[in-house]
Design a binder for this molecule. Structure first.
Ligand code: FAD
Ligand code: NAG
Ligand code: NAG
Ligand code: NAG
Ligand code: NAG
Ligand code: NAG
Length: 582
């Protein structure tokens, strides 16, 4: 039986039970084609209410399909497909390939119909609090699914949804430095940014005025969007903590259309939940005010080694193990390292060392280089591993020169997952962790992208602004792993995605979980099929988050796969979102 027919029979059973009990039918949100889907006149009325800012969705890749095929436009789109610069500026596009589900992509044959699939049906190009409130009211009146869409980077398709009305907040680009923010809970420099400001834009803006802000390593992720709402790790986390730890205020439109400020002293529960409890769950954020820091000295290193350079595959895995032992004191000194581990190569593309000069960084990395050379590398291991060190007096300048260019070609293939490795796992079971990485990458189908950090170590110079819903397991993590199957949308057969997903879910996940007991998965970088996601993504915060969700969004206006409260909903065989708990 296919999963969708399983679902229909479960749904059928619920309805039967209810009929017996004499209660009402399952509540489902509407999709196009339903009898009470709003007519064009109703949509036109909404369009007038939002000053002509309503956009009827059509998939970008329609240019690759009949009847609107255009060879030039299609070829251009194929070259940029999946990359942030192509997808982010579009009202209804999103990056998660699994949820694109080939409903309209540029690589299927021209004669394949282009369908909306999981795309929203309409988007409001949000410019104000009123636009959000009007959209929310319309959606509730007509039982339309609401989607908050920002950059579209979400791994679980939470920034899209069949039959949805998208609140597209990308154009909320306001930026302002507040040199002397003063409240009972913080005095000092702050930045206020609209929800649509990207990490790159916020960093550049802060940098021009002598400051640094905690943002992601990917410049196109939205700082006030799913990033800070879902936690947010940064190259600066060793000093300043996570994105969520630095939020001073959220400006929010709630499900009921109220425009409120949530801070450690006002609407405190909402502040607590929004600061780490997951994007798209409690309200629509229109702006965020955050603590910023004086800019200053910083260095970065990159290097790589491979089975070829260390003399064989076993020697390579020994070297990976040595690397991880040597990395621990470096992250304790405030560094954050990002690197890729494949079956035969480790590429460290960013070891960011705030507070260090280039010479100092070279010196503190010496023990690692020495240990790796004992482990089979040539005597001059620095040269053998292409060690390159650079420095600057500005975080943004260094980041923009060394890391940002690598991020433009990021995409989310259909099969991606995550896992934390805690410091305790390293102390008690480092060899099992190494073996699990080897098994994961062993057959050449998966790679692991790693962020190594110590968010709660001695290098941390500030506490969180206030108590928040930051995912507890992340505070204990030494590494956050992203496991991904490299994917070529042009040539890889779509059927292979389901095979890889099954391998990841049934084979790789248990191996990683077994070697890392007691940890979890970064809620923003996991797999949609994660069993027990409430605990794995949220840990001990889940129950309180669910209470806050019920208080601010009792009707379930906001939904996202794996978002707090989403277990009360499921899609039926046609993609309609239906309540399962009433
Ligand atoms: C290439 C790439 C690199 C990444 N790098 C990092 C990194 O370095 N550090 C890190 O921590 N994470 C990183 N991530 C994960 C990223 O933080 C999450 O995908 C995050 O949810 C993206 O948020 P967004 O608002 O930009 O994207 P979207 O997909 O638009 O939104 C994500 C979720 O947040 C909700 N949301 C967005 N805006 C709002 C709003 N204004 N109000 C309420 N809800 C909102 C959406 O409904 C959705 O549920 C990366 C992801 C990718 C794809
Ligand atoms: C993808 O499409 C297939 C066929 O229409 C459907 O059965 C499946 O549920 C869809 N998957 C997602 C993630 O939308
Ligand atoms: C959305 O609105 C902004 C102004 O707020 C405008 O610059 C942009 O062109 C609009 N985009 C679309 C697709 O309508
Ligand atoms: C690594 O995987 C690639 C395929 O991605 C394969 O060609 C290569 O032989 C593998 N190397 C080792 C050492 O297993
Ligand atoms: C952070 O560093 C401290 C001091 O070295 C160490 O005790 C702790 O285990 C580290 N925590 C993590 C999560 O790496
Ligand atoms: C160590 O890893 C092995 C293999 O994954 C696992 O069976 C064991 O429970 C782990 N032990 C600890 C203490 O983490």
């Amino acid at each position: 039986m296919s999963p969708s027919s399983l679902f229909s029979s479960a749904c059928f059973l619920t309805i039967v039970t209810r009929a017996v009990l004499g209660t009402s039918e399952t509540f489902c949100k509407r999709i196009p084609g339903d009898a009470d889907w709003p007519g064009l006149d109703a949509w036109s009325q909404l369009d007038r209410q939002v000053d002509g800012r309503l956009i009827a969705a059509f998939p970008l890749a329609h240019v690759c399909h009949d009847p609107t095929y255009s060879e030039t436009a299609c070829t251009r789109l194929q070259q940029g497909w999946g990359f942030p610069d192509t997808m982010v500026p579009q009202p209804a596009e999103f990056m998660a390939t699994w949820f694109q589900n080939q409903s309209c992509t540029p690589f299927t044959p021209k004669s394949t119909p282009c369908n909306l699939g999981n795309h929203v049906s309409y988007s409001v190009n949000v410019s104000s609090v009123q636009d959000v409130a009007k959209g929310l009211a319309f959606a509730q009146r007509h039982r339309i699914r609401v989607v908050i869409k920002n950059s579209g980077h979400d791994f679980y398709g939470k920034s899209t949804g069949k039959g949805g009305l998208g609140l597209w907040v990308h154009h909320l680009k306001h930026k302002q430095i507040i040199p002397r923010y003063r409240t009972s809970y913080y005095q000092g420099p702050a930045i206020k940014i609209g929800a649509g400001v990207s990490g790159g834009e916020a960093s550049a803006f802060a940098s021009q005025r002598g400051y640094r802000i905690v943002t992601g390593s990917c410049p196109t992720v939205k700082t006030a969007g799913g990033y800070s709402q879902g936690g947010g790790h940064s190259y600066l986390t060793g000093l300043y903590g996570f994105g969520a730890d630095n939020v001073l205020e959220w400006e929010v439109v709630t499900a009921s259309g109220d425009h409120v400020v949530a801070s450690p002293v006002k609407n405190r529960e909402l502040y607590w939940a929004l600061s780490g409890g997951g994007g798209g769950s409690y309200g629509v954020v229109v702006s965020m005010t955050a603590r910023i820091f004086p800019d200053g000295q910083i260095a970065i290193a990159s290097m790589s080694f491979s089975a070829t350079s260390v003399g064989g595959v076993d020697a390579y895995w020994d070297a990976v193990s040595v690397f991880h032992t040597q990395l621990q004191p470096l992250v304790d000194a405030g560094m954050v390292a990002q690197y890729i581990v494949t079956n035969d190569t480790l590429s460290l593309f960013g070891m960011m060392a705030p507070g260090f000069t280039g010479d100092e960084l070279t010196t503190v990395m010496q023990p690692m280089m020495t240990a790796l050379s004992k482990d089979g590398l040539a005597t001059d291991s620095s040269a053998a591993m292409n060690l390159v060190v650079a420095e600057s007096n500005s975080y943004y300048d260094l980041y923009a020169a060394k890391v940002m260019p690598l991020m433009a070609e990021n995409s989310i293939g259909p099969v991606v997952s995550g896992r934390f490795v805690s410091r305790e796992n390293m102390a008690t079971n480092a060899s099992a962790v190494n073996a699990a990485l080897r098994t994961t990458t062993g057959n050449g189908r998966f790679i692991v992208a790693i962020t190594a950090l110590n968010a709660t170590g001695p290098s941390r110079i500030v506490d969180p602004i206030a108590s928040n819903a930051m995912q507890p397991a992340f505070k204990e993590a030494f590494m956050s792993l992203i496991i991904a199957a490299p994917w070529n949308s042009r040539s890889d057969p779509w059927a292979e995605a389901a095979v890889l997903q099954d391998e990841l879910h049934s084979v790789i996940r248990p191996v990683l979980e077994s070697a890392t007991p007691g940890t979890g998965v970064y809620m923003n970088e996991g797999n949609w099929q994660q069993p027990g996601w409430q605990d794995v993504f949220y840990g001990s915060t889940y129950e309180r988050l669910l209470q806050i969700k019920k208080r601010y969004d009792p009707e379930g206006v906001f939904y996202g796969l794996t978002a707090v409260g989403s277990e009360a909903w499921a899609q039926d065989a046609n993609g309609r979102l239906c309540r399962t708990d009433t």
